[in-house]
Design a protein around this ligand. Structure first.
Ligand code: F6R
Length: 278
């Protein structure tokens, strides 16, 4: 795993967008796993401006609420169309989301797993992290080998997502369909983005703490190709920040990205609090 701490949330979103763009440029028929939520809004805004050719790309979203029709403003299909798909040259039939209105949810999740497999597996999976440590909607005690299935949402998640439902947690659907932790780990590369102080404590547990089903995001430690992109606030509780910063500043893989960050954010490329000289 590599952890990259950026000066602020804008820089973290831009770096995430650039990494996705680079993967699509290297493999135009990339199979991309996508996430929703507030954190990703800035990524999609940036990604839509980078001039990437998505015409051969296929996408699979992590999750969808149960009982919310596609046309509903709260559906993740509407979220993805409005924030990304309608702004890029992707072919809509190549964009896949779980159907939370399917009459047989068991069949729906099984068919989603099959569709991912038929697409050749996910090349790059984008992830956010919930305040309870979920990835996708894999709430605490989700099996680390779980597959796509229906999950009950925790009160913490319903509170976290209430903003999209007029601030009322009771209006947030109680259940969702989500890729499993095992499904996510099958992706060839993981890219997790977290910004803001509210994520600092759980992020540190997920990245530096023990692997546990209580924090499904800790399972990313098992993945051989995983990048975690953070702003200063989300990185606030990490203990090894100097080392992560050294890797970003010195490893050849990051050189092009270091330069671009410096060009875009010239005044604050080295944020205060990071040991000088490393
Ligand atoms: C949504 C998803 C969730 C979110 C997480 C963070 O598709 O996969 O795991 O990434 O809940 O959400 P925000 O960014 O709203 O804090």
């Amino acid at each position: 795993m590599e952890v990259v701490v950026q000066p602020d949330a804008d820089a973290a979103a831009m770096l995430t967008a650039r990494l996705i763009a680079a993967r699509v440029e290297a493999k135009p028929d990339l199979v991309l796993g996508l996430a929703t939520g507030r954190t990703m809004e800035a990524v999609y805004q940036r990604l839509a401006t980078l001039g990437v050719d998505f015409s051969r790309c296929r996408t699979f979203n992590l999750d969808e609420y149960v009982g919310v029709p596609t046309r509903d403003e709260h559906s993740y299909r509407r979220y993805m169309d409005g924030r990304l798909f309608d702004k890029i040259n992707i072919v809509k039939t190549n964009t896949h989301l779980l159907d939370g209105m399917a009459s047989d949810l068991g069949k729906e999740v099984a068919s989603y797993e099959r569709r991912i497999e038929q697409a050749g597996g996910i090349d790059l999976q984008l992830l956010g992290i919930g305040e309870d440590g979920h990835i996708g909607f894999n709430e605490p005690l989700s099996a680390l080998m779980s597959r796509t299935r229906e999950k009950a949402l925790t009160p913490a998640t319903r509170r976290q997502n209430a903003g999209m439902f007029g601030g009322d947690p009771d209006r947030v659907p109680a259940r969702a369909l989500t890729m499993g932790v095992g499904t996510i780990l099958d992706a060839r590369e993981l890219l997790l983005l977290a910004t803001g102080r509210a994520k600092a404590a759980i992020l540190a547990k997920a990245v530096e703490g023990p692997i546990t089903a209580m924090i499904s995001a800790s399972a990313i430690q098992l993945h051989p190709y995983c990048k975690v992109i953070l702003d200063q606030d989300a990185a606030g509780a990490l203990t090894q920040r100097d080392y992560y910063e050294w890797v970003f500043q010195n490893e050849p893989e990051w050189q092009a990205y270091r330069q671009k960050t410096a060009e875009t954010f010239p005044s604050n490329i080295r944020a205060p609090g990071i040991a000088a000289g490393l």
